[in-house]
Design a protein around this ligand. Structure first.
Ligand SMILES: Cc1cc2nc3c(=O)[nH]c(=O)nc-3n(C[C@H](O)[C@H](O)[C@H](O)COP(=O)(O)O)c2cc1C
Length: 211
């Protein structure tokens, strides 16, 4: 907005902001830490309150036509968690590993549902919601994984969900090591593991920007 209108208006209404030293993470730090995690430390039990804090980001983010069609079912450690785990698929690029490794399974989940049939706007909302929830989890010292590969009908039935489930977010204390690998756009995008490190290829900036 022209002339820092909002900042000036804020100062007029709330008084001039005092400059405080930043505590916490920059966005770049959060983005680097924010890796899709398929192995968790089960000695840390994620609480319902933590899942609620993560879902709360949805009260602040954008939404196509501001329709806000997403709804969230929280699942914490116990029988319900097993029901989710039995119906999701992890690590399709590493089928030989049969992830997650026994003893490192996620035990907390956010099942994301849509009150209307999926379309472009719903899917954009979904992506924004999932990514923002992942960043919130990262900020809280937790890790997460988006699951798009799951048995929709089984999940809908076993949780008696009133709406179509469209994605699942696994949440927990991460127990994996990661490294990003810069790649050219024509190199393999598949993630891989070597000596206990999960490598994630990312296309370099020069190849992302169209000339
Ligand atoms: C829309 C979407 C769906 C995904 N579905 C799955 C999934 O079903 N199972 C899985 O193991 N990973 C899934 N992932 C995680 C991707 O494999 C992961 O984002 C990718 O390997 C890059 O790793 P990074 O998130 O650490 O950058 C999904 C990610 C997105 C964005």
């Amino acid at each position: 907005m022209a002339d820092n209108y909002l900042e000036k208006r804020y100062d007029a209404v709330f008084g001039k902001k005092t400059v405080t030293k930043r505590v916490g993470h920059t966005l770049d730090e959060l983005l680097l830490k924010n890796r899709s995690t398929r192995g968790y430390n089960k000695s840390y039990v994620v609480s319902r309150n933590e899942l609620q804090q993560i879902v709360a980001v949805n009260t602040k983010i954008g939404s196509g036509c501001n329709r806000q069609v997403l709804r969230f079912r929280l699942v914490t450690q116990g029988e319900e968690a097993t029901k989710v785990l039995d119906n999701i698929k992890m690590g399709a690029a590493l089928p030989e590993l049969h992830l997650p490794f026994p003893g490192t399974e996620p035990e907390a989940f956010i099942i994301v549902c849509s009150t209307m049939e999926e379309n472009k706007l719903v899917d954009i909302d979904l992506g924004m919601s999932l990514q923002t929830m992942m960043l919130k989890a990262t900020e809280m010292g937790l890790s997460s994984l988006i699951i798009g590969a799951f048995n929709k009908s089984k999940l809908k039935e076993s949780f008696a969900l009133p709406y179509e489930p469209v994605a699942i977010l696994c949440v927990g204390k991460g127990a994996e090591k990661f490294e990003l690998v810069p790649i050219k756009e024509n190199e393999s995008h598949s993630y891989y593991r070597k000596n206990g490190i999960h490598y994630v290829p990312k296309v370099v900036l020069e190849d992302l920007i169209l000339s």
